[in-house]
Write a protein that binds this ligand. Structure first.
Ligand SMILES: Cc1cc2nc3c(=O)[nH]c(=O)nc-3n(C[C@H](O)[C@H](O)[C@H](O)COP(=O)(O)OP(=O)(O)OC[C@H]3O[C@@H](n4cnc5c(N)ncnc54)[C@H](O)[C@@H]3O)c2cc1C
Length: 489
């Protein structure tokens, strides 16, 4: 039986939140109840009850969502599947590997490692769970080597609601409900039903060892010329090596820091060779040497190997799973080409402004195994030619700072996408074209709803979004599952 927490329950004040404490924004947005389900059967019973009571269901796994999708549901019901969190394998650790939606990435990595020495190429945060992460893509430090987490999914178990309002369990895979299967691999959570499990018939081997490096460049001595050259050096590397498989075990993360930070730019890497060892460091040393000319202020001095599992599990925060962090706002952009000088200067100038205080822009390398054109057709992630993915972030605690923080990050983003690289009709956004490829659905940004073309940003200008709408009409004809940026009928 599901456990239900109502508004009167002393646990409600903490459980009504997800990770981003900005939400729910107003008391009238609060859900009326939260049902914790710990089996697929439980979830089916809870969902049917919610529907029979005429309430709107909201599906939540860990609640790491960047926007309000998992908590705002005035008087409705949150179906929380964080207790539906098993990771299992076939006998002796063999495939198939099964992961329930409430399993945290840190736990998934450990369990798959112990039982089978395989992994999913998922994200870096221990507490993010599979439910939203895998259905929206799911990428991390092994993405160039092994693609997206969702690329490896072989089947999805999901509770849908049919035209008669009855909960209907469905398995979607390459031969059954094939359209739904494609939609569930990247189309984003919360649009088609309640996922109760993912099956993987095959997974890549876990690396054995990695080397992590870090360097930073002082803000005090930074010049616009140097800034542009560092950005171009980073971007050019991924452009030149996108299909050079020997480099796919190298993952680079560049950070641009807002006003007030000692460092203007920092660059971290995690490296393993494609065979999961660090015996040959040619690729890593070549990458690092490209930045010598810019004289990093700090540099991690030695190239000491670390066990991959230790770096992965210990590097992503502790196992806190209730209560959330602070207030936050995020934005994203895919880049298909290296930074131009004008673009670099747009970042430099925007991040000199007082309102950029506290903003960090994380530029992750991308591509490699992700850039498999076949995956654009059999998943719902069309961005398969990008070299870098940018994540704009700002964090704060005091609700009184909301307006200034939201404006600050919006201004930097608008400036970054107002160069000549964006056509006049789409200024202020990384609209898909030669240089940019829109935004990442797992980093949803409700500001994009201001643009009538917002779905092009997330799903491209090809067939993906019309396809997702068709699937929506078939499998959720009454639009039972919805949020501000869900697939609309
Ligand atoms: C600290 C932090 C670090 C992150 N790092 C990365 C990273 O390295 N790589 C990356 O790719 N992403 C990263 N993300 C983004 C993350 O992938 C998304 O926020 C993801 O959607 C979270 O998954 P979740 O299971 O917590 O989903 P929730 O927040 O619970 O839900 C997100 C969306 O999925 C839906 N959903 C959730 N569970 C289900 C289900 N069982 N069935 C159907 N729909 C469901 C919800 O309705 C909602 O629309 C990070 C986020 C945070 C907060």
């Amino acid at each position: 039986m599901p456990t239900t927490v109502t508004r009167q329950d002393p646990r409600f004040p903490i459980m009504r939140h997800g990770n981003n404490l900005r939400f729910p924004t107003h008391e009238e947005d609060y859900a009326g109840r939260i049902a914790y389900c710990d089996s697929p059967e439980d979830a089916a019973i809870a969902l049917q009850k919610v529907l029979d009571a005429g309430l709107r269901p909201t599906v939540r796994s860990s609640g790491h969502c960047y926007e309000d999708f998992v908590v705002n549901n005035p008087n409705g019901a949150i179906l929380d599947v964080s207790l539906l969190n098993r990771v299992s394998t076939g006998p002796g650790g063999a495939a198939p590997y099964r992961i329930q939606p409430g399993a945290m990435l840190g736990v998934i990595y450990q369990e798959l490692y112990k039982r089978s020495n395989v992994t999913i190429p998922g994200g870096t945060c221990f507490t993010v769970t599979a439910g939203g992460h895998v259905s929206g893509g799911g990428y991390g430090l092994l993405a160039r080597l092994h693609g997206l987490s969702t690329d490896w999914v072989s089947a999805v178990d999901i509770l849908t609601v049919n035209a008669a309002g009855k909960v209907t369990p469905i398995q979607a895979d390459a031969t059954h409900n094939t359209d739904l299967f494609r939609a569930l691999r990247g189309g984003g959570g919360g649009s088609f039903g309640l996922i109760t499990g993912f099956t993987f018939n095959q997974l890549p081997p876990a690396p054995s060892q990695v080397i992590e490096t870090g360097m930073s460049f002082d803000a005090a001595t930074m010049t616009p010329e140097k800034y542009a050259k560092i950005l171009a050096t980073f971007g050019d590397y991924w452009q030149q090596h996108d299909q050079v498989k020997e480099t796919w075990g190298l993952f680079g993360m560049m950070y641009f820091h807002g006003k007030g930070s000692n460092a203007a730019i920092s660059i971290n890497t995690q490296f393993t060779n494609p065979d999961g060892t660090v015996t040959d460091l040619t690729v890593l040393k070549d990458f690092l040497a490209r930045f010598d000319a810019f004289q990093p202020t700090t540099r991690q001095p030695d190239l000491r190997p670390r066990l991959w599992i230790e770096a992965t599990v210990n590097g992503g925060g502790g196992p806190l799973s209730i209560g959330g962090g602070g207030r936050a706002k995020y934005k994203s952009a895919y880049m298909k080409k290296s930074f131009t000088e004008a673009e670099a200067l747009a970042f430099y100038n925007a991040l000199q402004q007082e309102s950029s205080r506290g903003i960090i822009i994380a530029v992750d390398c991308y591509g490699g195994a992700v850039n498999n054109p076949a995956r654009a057709r059999d998943t719902a992630i069309p961005q398969r030619t990008s070299l870098m993915k940018l994540q704009y972030q700002t964090y704060w605690n005091d609700p009184a700072d909301d307006a200034a923080r939201l404006k600050g990050i919006r201004d930097v983003y608008t400036a970054a996408y107002s160069t000549d690289l964006v056509d006049p009709a789409h200024k202020g956004t990384p609209y898909p074209g030669d240089h940019y490829d829109g935004c990442y659905m797992n980093y949803p940004d409700a500001d994009m709803l201001d643009h009538p073309f917002w779905t092009d940003l997330y799903y491209g200008t090809g067939d993906t979004h019309p396809f997702l709408r068709k699937v929506k009409n078939t499998y959720d004809p009454h639009n039972v599952f919805h949020h501000a940026m869900s697939i609309r009928p």
